[in-house]
Write a protein that binds this ligand. Structure first.
Ligand code: SF4
Length: 241
């Protein structure tokens, strides 16, 4: 077996392990027939006073992190263990955006660790990407107690930090992980099934929506749909200049 055949066999085996046996009967999606929806540009909804905040002048992710990691703008600062800025390639062409840190993330100060993080790594590997190819961040930088859903007020308060991260990284494509992340970024109030399957455009950046890995751990039957979404994401990623 040649090295290319071995690589292909290993990749197919990994995809089968993660996404299940019926993976290979999925029909190819004609993704360019999908509706492309446009949302407001980054910053359009920000209160004018936010543009005067010191963090808006950050010229790098390190500088931004140092300016916001002691944030006390919402109640979550009282209960967090660690502020979770995000991690990955500062020049990534793709960003992955989740909802908020969970218990493991709160302890370690890093997004998507623990079982959900392992599954996310496997999903990336199945489409021939690694964490070093992307930047991963959450809508909220601090953990909501008991992993409750973020409050609208918390999302509104924390969102400018994510907007600034997006501005500095300047990705070409974003994969939103879960309903809350997608609705937060796209300023919508839709179900995940209504969000999935569309290609949105956020300030010129393509946005694809799929399940949160923690939801896939609770509902393995959803992995097939996730595979459809990440194939679409990877096809768009590969077509980027
Ligand atoms: S969740 Fe966001 S706004 Fe609230 S304290 Fe943490 S960093 Fe600040």
């Amino acid at each position: 077996m040649s090295s290319l055949e071995k690589k292909l066999r290993d990749a197919l085996q990994l995809q089968k392990e993660i996404f299940g046996d019926d993976l290979f009967v999925l029909k190819e999606e004609k993704i360019f027939e999908s509706e492309i929806k446009t949302t407001e540009k980054i910053g359009k909804n920000l209160n004018d006073s936010l543009f005067d905040e010191p963090f808006q002048k950050a010229e790098s992710l390190e500088e931004l992190d140092s300016l916001i990691n002691t944030c006390t703008k919402c109640e979550l600062s009282r209960t967090r263990t660690k502020f979770v800025f995000g991690i990955g390639n500062p020049h990534a062409r793709a960003m992955l955006i989740g909802e908020a840190p969970g218990a493991d993330e709160d302890k370690q100060g890093e997004p998507f660790v623990g079982k959900a993080g392992k599954l996310l790594n496997d999903i990336l590997k199945a489409i021939d990407l690694t964490r070093d190819d992307v930047f991963i961040a959450n809508i909220l930088k601090c953990r909501p107690p008991g992993n409750r859903d973020p409050l609208p007020s918390e999302m509104e308060t924390c969102m400018p930090y994510l907007y600034k991260q997006i501005e500095l990284i300047n990705p070409k494509i974003i994969l939103c992980l879960g309903r809350i992340a997608a609705n937060g970024l796209l300023n919508k109030k839709l179900s995940l099934s209504a969000l999935r399957g569309n290609i949105y455009e956020f300030n010129g950046i393509k946005v694809v929506v799929t399940y949160h890995p923690a939801a896939l751990l609770r509902n393995p039957g959803w992995k097939k749909g996730c595979w459809e979404d990440v194939k679409k994401f990877k096809k768009l990623y590969d077509e980027l200049n």
